[in-house]
Ligand binder design. Structure first.
Ligand SMILES: Cc1cc2nc3c(=O)[nH]c(=O)nc-3n(C[C@H](O)[C@H](O)[C@H](O)COP(=O)(O)OP(=O)(O)OC[C@H]3O[C@@H](n4cnc5c(N)ncnc54)[C@H](O)[C@@H]3O)c2cc1C
Length: 489
């Protein structure tokens, strides 16, 4: 009998496997796809020779800030996180873009009248990013070690007040210009929720504060696969193994083991082991709410995106990430349409040109462009034209540099990762309740009973490449099943 089987090789599955293996357990990871990494994979999509694309995650703030990855030490495992000078930018119609630099001071200076308000909200959180990360990436059940000082507790309290302000109808009271409001809303939109919302504001303040700290909104050299490969190397070094091409559909697909950790959607856990789970757990898994979706469009370009540059500074062209959705009101309108089950005529679109930070991604003069747009759950619409129109809006002539493209509509997301139910890339609606009760409000949201654990982003702390869901679940499995205690991170 094995010690532990992990179903799924996403960042949380691998973080769980590494945590278990480092504690001495023999671990096998079973992955449905032929490639390892789930939402952290970089693949040749066959669009242009040698040009590789991040099929899911591309930009990583949590990969350096997460307590799991800080302890793991990505740099020591050969991962180079490149920090773009411009963390993210918000192009605006007929005016200068709003820009979040890695430098807080420069951001504050360029935001003009709203600079001081940005400093007191985002800057304050950024100076205390360890406390903010401890709150944002904790298990929502215990006091994380990162909150062990009065200063950190004050920072956490201020963070909470900021979430209350930016997550409710008073969200405009701080801002005097449209720029800073739009800049923060572009980050809130990562949550794919109606705006304002508490979950959106929590997402915004966490990610915006990390943009001015540490490695910022970093881009791994070579693509997100570098993170996956580092985790796999460590797992193998600790005697673990990864078996690809194995889709676990039922109990019979699972080798005998003392513990099972599912890096899957709650729905899959229910399908595979449902009948053996306690009734309360079954009910919670069945009642879990999935969110709206994303449709991915990967482009190959013959040159840089020809971003309009109204102020001649070129900051947008140097941004690692762009939130293409216009003003706060325009983004809130687009997200409201998606929440109502409709396609926005100008959908919220996220864009990253990784070669801005990593010129090695340009092959033979061709570069990948990573984009996705928010759409209603289950949408089968090809959004290539809608995304192209959004890019043309702020980068006239964009069409002329497009060499090839591929869209994966939300309804097809599940084909390359069955966790993304209906194209929900967060594997669960991002609401304040579901950030805590993910997938249940119980004291241990990871344990399903009988040595079975859920360790995916459908558990706290939720979406993103941080490995913390995997770590939190593995820590509990080690304690409960193996009697091994590992320190809280
Ligand atoms: C388009 C897109 C863009 C994103 N951008 C970012 C970003 O820039 N930064 C960021 O931090 N996050 C981003 N994310 C989110 C990030 O990718 C996820 O939060 C993260 O990958 C979740 O990790 P996970 O381990 O929980 O699950 P996943 O990464 O989804 O991995 C789950 C794995 O389990 C496997 N699996 C599922 N069911 C079974 C089964 N029955 N049998 C065997 N294997 C199974 C899947 O094939 C998959 O490999 C993005 C996601 C998408 C889709």
């Amino acid at each position: 009998m094995q010690d532990a089987v992990v179903v799924g090789s996403g960042p949380n599955g691998l973080a769980a496997a590494v945590t278990l293996a480092q504690a001495g357990a023999h671990v096998t990871v079973l992955e449905a796809n032929d490639t390892i990494g789930g939402g952290a994979r970089t693949l040749d999509l066959g669009l242009a020779p040698g040009v590789v694309h991040d099929v899911c995650s591309a930009v990583h703030a949590m990969a350096w800030a997460s307590p799991f990855f800080r302890a793991f030490d990505l740099a020591a495992h050969g991962v180079e996180l490149i920090t773009p000078e411009v963390s993210y930018a918000q192009p605006l119609d007929g005016r200068s873009p709003a820009v979040a630099y890695r430098s807080l001071e420069r951001t504050v200076a360029e935001l003009g009248a709203d600079g001081p308000a940005w400093r007191s909200l985002v800057g304050a959180a950024s100076r205390r990013w360890e406390a903010v990360a401890a709150v944002g990436l904790g298990d929502k059940r215990s006091l994380p070690p990162g909150l062990g000082s009065p200063g950190a507790l004050v920072a956490a309290a201020r963070f909470g007040l900021g979430v209350l302000e930016q997550g409710t109808r008073v969200w405009d009271r701080r801002w005097r210009t449209p720029d800073a409001a739009a800049l923060l809303t572009g980050v809130a939109a990562h949550a794919i929720t109606p705006l304002p919302s508490l979950a959106g504001a929590g997402t915004a303040l966490l990610l915006a504060s990390l943009a001015h700290a540490g490695a910022g909104w970093s881009i791994p050299r070579g693509g997100s696969q570098a993170i996956t490969d580092a985790l796999v190397r460590d797992l193998l070094a600790h005697g673990g193994e990864v078996v690809t091409g194995v889709r676990v559909r039922g109990r019979a697909d699972l080798p005998a083991a003392r513990a099972y950790l599912f890096d899957t959607a709650p729905r899959t856990l229910l399908d595979v082991v449902g009948p053996s789970l306690p009734v309360g757990v079954r009910r919670a898994l069945a009642g879990f709410r999935y969110g709206n979706g994303a449709a991915k469009v990967d482009f190959v370009l013959s040159g840089p995106v020809p971003w309009a540059d109204p102020d001649g500074v070129g900051a947008v062209a140097r941004a690692g990430t762009l939130h293409v959705g216009g003003t706060r009101e325009q983004m809130a309108h687009a997200e409201a349409q998606v929440a109502a089950g409709r396609h926005a005529e100008r959908p919220m679109t996220l864009v990253s040109d990784p070669s801005v930070a990593d010129p090695g991604r340009v092959v033979g003069g061709l570069r990948p462009l990573w984009t996705y747009a928010h759409v209603p759950a289950g949408s089968d619409v090809d959004v290539t034209e809608a995304v192209t129109a959004q890019l043309e809006r702020f980068a006239p002539g964009f069409r002329d540099v497009v060499v090839a493209s591929r869209c994966v509509p939300a309804a097809r997301m599940g084909r390359h990762n069955q966790n993304y139910v209906g194209g929900d890339i967060a594997a669960g609606a991002v609401t304040m309740w579901q950030m805590i009760a993910r997938p249940t409000a119980r004291a241990n949201p990871y344990a399903a009973g009988g040595g079975v654990y859920l360790c995916s982003q459908s558990t706290p702390p939720g979406p993103g490449v941080h490995g913390m869901s995997g770590y939190h679940a593995a820590r509990r499995a080690l304690r409960d099943v193996f009697g091994v205690r590992v320190p809280a991170l």
